[in-house]
Design a protein around this ligand. Structure first.
Ligand code: CS2
Ligand code: MN
Length: 355
């Protein structure tokens, strides 16, 4: 595996490349053109500038998270081909820039969903949290306003204010899209992009829906072992793979994370590894990465990745806000650095005990 950190670019991130470079064992960065608009093709010049900036700091741009998908593609409207053409152009340019992993998601309307961005834990740290009870009381249009006070001045991925202003309209365009339709539209998209992925050896890594069930009645399909295997079989190409995100699949306690990982040998192109602490099956918070701080056995997760011979990029995922850091919720420096160090420690121990 290659340890990386997600970085939003110097215009948006409070964390610097210099700081990332100084986290022991972190050699790569996962980034994006954060101000790109879904549906538009990325300019080669912008891609190369991003790459150059990262390389000048002594790091490597090992993948993109995310190239976001235009709603027309997810909904399957007649104009989707034009947006898929643009997506293909972006992939082509990424391939030419020697970038071979692209993370994306196929969630309608909302990306990840949390009901609190700064829940206080007993040690005074604050974390992202979710309760179904809070969702059940909310109208989707109020969703953004309900968390907007806790964003620390940052723009959250998938929660851009312009997008949230259109929530009502977005719900409207998805009204005839159910799980089956979403699968069909995903298949159509994947079939169209696989030739360019084959040509440039680009691994597509779909991110799971988070939480891994339907929110506000919207369809959600990338939620469990059965559905991911269905997705991979429907377009059976090794470039059609997954981002294994323990914190997202883990939201559903029925998902056996190490077992899922073992079943995905060869198709996990990217890993997000973090822990969750459950207070009840529908109330969880994003604890520290350490096994003892949450519900998951992180050793077993890393061991499963080791056992399948995982060599791709991995990153700690959301961290707690600690030591008075002010940053994008989930994406501060300190706790993610602790997470990376811990995961590196587990990996070293696993490797050595297998020699
Ligand atoms: C990320 C997702 O911060 C997060 O929860 O894991 O937003 C992820 O980047 C997207 O779903 C992938 O497109
Ligand atoms: Mn994730």
């Amino acid at each position: 595996m290659q340890m990386t950190l997600r970085w939003y670019g110097s215009k948006f991130d409070t964390v610097t490349l210099k700081q990332i470079r100084q986290i022991p064992g972190v050699t790569g960065v996962i980034s994006t053109l954060y101000d790109s608009v879904p549906g538009e093709a990325w300019e080669m010049e912008d891609i190369l500038n991003l790459k150059k900036e990262i390389e000048a700091a002594g790091l490597k741009l090992v993948g993109i998270e995310s190239v976001n998908i235009h709603d027309a593609i997810k909904v399957g409207t007649p104009d989707r081909d034009k947006y898929i053409d643009n997506y293909i152009l972006t992939l082509e340019r990424l391939g030419q820039a020697d970038i071979h992993m692209v993370c994306y998601n196929f969630m309608p309307v909302f990306d990840w969903t949390r009901t609190e961005l700064a829940r206080m834990r007993p040690d005074g740290s604050t974390v992202l949290a979710y309760t179904q009870e809070a969702i059940d009381k909310l109208n989707p249009e109020e969703m953004f306003a309900s968390i907007a006070g806790d964003v620390n001045g940052s723009i959250l991925p998938g929660w851009e204010p312009e997008r949230m202003a259109r929530v009502k309209e977005l719900f409207e365009i998805y009204k005839d899209v159910d799980d089956e339709k979403l699968f069909e539209n995903l298949k159509y998209f994947l079939e169209r992009i696989m030739p360019v992925c084959d040509k440039y050896d680009i691994n597509m890594a779909i991110h799971p829906d988070d939480p891994a069930w339907s929110v506000f009645g919207l369809p959600r399909i990338i939620i469990n072992k059965e559905n991911i295997h269905r997705m991979m079989k429907m377009v059976d190409n090794p470039h059609n793979g997954v981002t294994f995100c323990s914190g997202s699949y883990g939201t559903n306690l029925q998902n056996d994370l190490p077992d899922m990982i073992r079943s995905l040998k060869g198709r996990i192109h990217f890993a997000h590894v973090r822990n969750l602490k459950f207070n009840s099956p529908t109330d969880f918070e994003e604890s520290a990465h350490l096994s003892s701080d949450g519900t998951f056995d992180m050793y077993e997760i890393m061991l499963a990745l080791y056992d399948i011979g995982f060599t791709g990029p991995i990153r700690p995922d959301h961290g707690r806000m600690i030591w008075d850091e002010v940053a994008m919720p989930g994406y501060g420096l300190y706790d993610r650095a602790l997470g990376a160090t811990y995961l590196n420690g587990l990996w070293e121990a696993i490797e050595k005990s297998h020699k």
